[in-house]
Design a protein around this ligand. Sequence first.
Ligand SMILES: [Zn+2]
Length: 390
Amino acid sequence: MSSVVAWRNIGELVTCDASHGTGPLGAVTDAAVVSVDGRIAWVGPSTQCPDADTTHDMDGCCVLPGFVDSHTHPIFGGDRSSEFAARMAGDTYEAGGIRATVAATRATSDEVLRERAAKLREEALGQGTTTLEAKSGYGLTVHDECRSLQAACSITSETTFLGAHVVPQEFAHNPDAYVSLVIGDMLEQSLPYAKWADVFCDRGAFDVDQARHILTACSARGLGLRLHANQLQPGPGVQLGVELKAASVDHCTYLSDEDLAALASSRTIATFVPGAEFSTRAPYPNIRRALDAGVTVALASDCNPGTSYTTSLPFAIALAVRDMGMTPAEAVWASTAGGAAALQRDDIGIIAPGARADLQSLAAANHIHLAYRPGVPLTTGVWVAGQRMR
Ligand SMILES: [Zn+2]
């Protein structure tokens, strides 16, 4: 028996399918969507909506794809609220703050790591996120990276090995030995639990040669590539990502004209994480400049306990519109179809026949409200593969 679900009487349907509706969001009004066995089967006018086993009346509200959060660090122990308070009082952020979370994570049991990750996953779902990527990176031993990735696997299939987050304290005087460990035993043991590999290529973390060495080794073992690049200062990280055909280069706080040209002529997505600039009082990058240069852009939460402790993509959208030069339509696209592109997925982040029926409804008539009503929980319904989750 197949299961047919219909959503009808949708005021504004954001499809993110440019071939379907108007504007970059492929928006249509007075629309309906039908899924069969968790896949979207039909999109059309509400008046022509076919019969279904279950019908949801959307009462004129906005429906859009579930958000795709392509950059999170949800596997950690401890809390860095006092570091946040100190930063707000004038301290600056350096990559080394990660080491505080490493100590706390190593001291946290598998069970608690999983519980905490599941809570963040639930929190994200309640705000419309139906897919999230999850990184390791607070273990930094073979054992702790492995169990971090196992915890990540309990909440998502988009898992990322980030053994090269920072050089841990015990290797501070011999970073090359740590790089050897990362591409040796740590990679070997982590492989069964990881789809992607990531490196923090920046001041205080790994330099471009170390990053290239690690990513090349990970790619040779079949992992897709992502990069933390150009967060703390201008640098070679973005162009390294393009050179290695990374799926995504993330942060991009500092981008040169050369970086933009390299990105525009590649398939690498530039992922911006406004929560990190917000939480570190860093300057907001000008996403308008990247868009105008022809770069494909995603927005993500960067959920982590140090520099962006939020799972909210509506918050990222509001900041991107208010402070980074995006239109609401561009920001919504970047959080759905853009996030999917950053994960090289074409079955999510879009409402079109064949895609997984991951949808959310808003207590609003259109998508602009996501930026127009900051801080307000607008998500009223969330469906994953046609199943109601909220
Ligand atoms: Zn990150």
